[in-house]
Write a protein that binds this ligand. Structure first.
Ligand code: ADP
Length: 357
């Protein structure tokens, strides 16, 4: 829940009831700004004009009953939590309000400072959960859509290549046959890479176990996994002494591996130089992985952390477009943030925060 001032809307045509509710909310210790609406039309207009954290609507209102208001407001603002205030014996109305999407209801007879604080806080918590579920559903839809496309592409390619190979066999063209066989193997390998990467992307959804670990250990694991690539590219990877953090060793090893791997891959013609360093600031550690490569254009610096967002075509530089999305998931699982900056002397710096040990 946010520590900033809450923005609340009270919709009630009765002056006395509005004042009473306002007094209770003020008295219950919630830091908030309160607007008022005297009928449903005013409540709807207020929600259009301002983003509220919660609306408290009386059931009996001029311009229709509060249920009508819930439907109209939820249609335009599906994530705004609405609390319905009902009269004595209005249990049926209360259950109808919940069915229509109200976060909660409160009978007028039970209004007290403690009760209203509890109802508002639980409505805010519900709204927060609803927002998380909506975000996850949207991400899943996006993910499924792109995934279907990215898996279909190599499958189509494999089908065409098999047809070419059949033709090469009929014509007895051994040289062309070898070329198409190599293409087929490369396509199958890319598909395997994509599936492996997808597997690690979905693994990062699971709850993680954290302990006090040495970041140096995570970097060592990463460098050992990338050893042949580092030597093949004639790259230099240097690392300043790193602090202890609270984290998961295998996920942080993968995080370094993706960032250092990208530093090697997106190097342009320069021989890659990657530097890993960290800065401690109270409870937070900021780790930086910088490279002397081709850099990321500033308008793309956020998009590249989304699944399947690539700035290069497959023919230029191979990849799945999931490496940085995995990095973001790993960092967020650790309660941190990750972002990209331009390195002043050319190249990029990827920074992320972790909790200090
Ligand atoms: P992949 O490397 O598989 O394409 P990533 O998610 O790791 O997927 O990266 C997304 C995109 O961000 C890459 O396609 C590339 O265009 C860009 N990118 C990532 N790291 C770097 C880097 N160190 N330097 C320049 N561009 C980068």
């Amino acid at each position: 829940m946010t520590s900033a001032k809450l923005r609340l809307l009270i919709a009630d045509d009765d002056d006395g009831d509005r004042r009473h509710l306002r007094r209770l909310i003020r008295g219950c210790g919630l830091l908030c700004e309160i607007d008022e609406a005297l009928d449903l039309a005013e409540a709807e207009a207020a929600c259009e004009a301002r983003a509220y954290d919660c609306a408290i609507i009386d059931y009996r209102m001029p311009g229709g009953n509060g249920l009508k208001g819930i439907v109209a407001i939820r249609e335009r603002h599906p994530l705004l939590p609405i609390v319905m205030v009902t009269g004595q014996g209005d249990e049926l109305i209360a259950s109808e309000a919940i069915k229509l999407g109200a976060a909660d209801y409160v009978p007028k007879s039970q209004l007290s400072e403690g009760y209203i604080a509890h109802v508002i806080k639980s409505a805010l918590r519900k709204a927060e959960l609803e927002r998380i579920v909506t975000d996850q559903r949207e991400e899943l839809e996006r993910f499924g859509h792109v995934l279907a496309h990215d898996l279909k592409t190599p499958i189509h390619q494999i089908r065409y290549l098999v047809e070419f190979i059949e033709r090469d066999l009929e014509e007895g063209n051994r040289e062309q046959l070898r070329t198409n066989r190599d293409r087929l193997l490369a396509t199958a390998r890319r598909m395997e890479d994509l599936i492996n990467t997808l597997q690690s992307y979905s693994m990062t959804e699971k709850p993680i176990e954290v302990s006090v670990i040495s970041l140096d250990g995570a970097v060592e694991g990463c460098l050992s996994n990338l050893a042949s690539e580092i030597s093949a590219r004639g790259a230099t990877v240097s690392c300043d002494p790193l602090p202890l953090v609270r984290g998961n060793l295998s996920l942080l090893t993968q995080l370094f591996q993706n960032l250092v791997g990208n530093g090697l891959k997106y190097c342009g013609s320069a021989s890659p130089e990657v530097l890993i360093s960290a800065q401690s600031d109270g409870p937070e550690v900021t780790v930086s992985v910088s490279d002397n490569g081709i850099g990321v254009p500033p308008p793309e610096m956020q998009r590249i952390f989304q699944p399947f967002q690539r700035l290069h075509r497959q023919a230029e530089i191979e990849g799945t477009g999931l490496g940085l999305a995995i990095c973001r998931k790993i960092v967020e699982r650790h309660g941190g943030r990750i972002w990209c900056e331009a390195r002043p002397s050319g190249g990029s710096i990827f920074r992320f925060t972790l909790n200090a040990a």
